[in-house]
Ligand binder design. Structure first.
Ligand SMILES: C[S@@+](CC[C@H](N)C(=O)[O-])C[C@H]1O[C@@H](n2cnc3c(N)ncnc32)[C@H](O)[C@@H]1O
Length: 275
């Protein structure tokens, strides 16, 4: 820049040369998981999500009946895990990455007052939103906790059914989360996970894990193939895995994404698999 362009002042760079980048600046690296969590914290504070699916794209209107509008506005799933399973009254269930609490509400209605629903989310603002929702709806059987699902605030082997909607896709290291899911489930329990999964191979133009940045992870567009997913779930110690193709779902931003429901059983699969 010429001296005149700066209103008569000579820019500092021209006098001293470019400022050297300090070692501490290059050393600061924000892990993807931290950047993603911060993104959802900001959305919760704004009161609406522009990411992933609006719940109306994946759940039927009868399921969503009675759920506060602001919960629907903040929901950011990529599937309908509770649409794939039945829950029994009295069961203890948990939602990893519960966000604003939509799936918590749907589960609480099914397990009833004798059941227990535990939601865990890393964003304090999301947790506050979900707590407000369950309070407003008078759901005394729901407990929403702030925590990292890789080290969840839960007792080992305490959960009958664990669900997670559009959350595992945000973790470059899914093995860590799957291990935590396996640990939380009781023997004989199972997990139902909605995620972005390509049936055969990652299609051309899709975001691969090698090229993905924090933004891609926050949008949950970094998919695995069904075979890669199955291998990860099996490696995490689950004895039986079912991957159900749910076809393409529409994101709020217009993107079309391949969605699947992954059922992962600790112990033998139930006699009548749920889907
Ligand atoms: C795509 S949203 C899905 C939210 C919710 N399951 C739904 O269907 O609306 C992902 C959620 O995961 C939460 N999250 C991100 N990283 C997390 C972590 N390390 N531990 C727990 N929750 C996390 C975010 O705060 C956000 O609420």
């Amino acid at each position: 820049m010429a001296a005149n362009d700066a209103g008569g002042f000579v820019p500092l760079d021209e006098l001293t040369g470019p400022r050297p980048v300090l070692a501490v600046e290059t050393a600061v690296h924000v892990p993807v998981e931290t950047a993603v969590k911060e993104r959802y914290d900001t959305l919760a504070q704004a009161g609406a999500s522009n990411l992933c699916c609006a719940p109306q794209a994946v759940y039927g209107s009868d399921e969503l009946d009675g759920v506060p509008q602001w919960v629907l506005d903040l929901s950011s799933g990529c599937g309908a895990p509770l649409g794939a399973i039945t829950l029994d009254p009295g069961q203890t269930v948990a939602d990893f990455g519960c966000g604003a609490g939509l799936d918590l509400i749907l589960a609480a209605r099914r397990v009833g007052p004798t059941g227990r629903v535990i939601g865990i989310d890393g964003s304090m603002s999301m947790v506050r939103t979900a707590r407000r929702a369950v309070k407003e709806m008078g759901l005394a059987n729901v407990d929403v906790r702030v925590g990292d699902i890789r080290r969840p605030p839960l007792r080992s082997g305490s959960v009958d059914v664990l669900f997670s909607n559009c959350v595992l896709g945000m973790f470059p290291d899914k093995a860590e989360v799957l291990a935590a899911i396996g640990d939380a489930l009781r023997p004989g329990g199972y997990a139902v996970i909605s995620d972005v999964v390509y049936l055969d191979e990652v299609p051309e133009g899709a975001v691969s894990a090698d090229a993905a940045d924090a933004d891609d992870y926050a949008r949950c567009v970094v998919g695995l193939t069904a075979e890669q997913y199955r291998q990860l779930v099996t490696d995490a110690g689950f004895e039986h895995v079912v991957i159900r193709d749910d076809g393409q779902v529409s994101y709020r931003d217009g993107a079309r994404v391949a969605s699947a429901t992954i059922l992962a059983y600790r112990g033998a699969a139930p006699e009548a698999p749920c889907c």
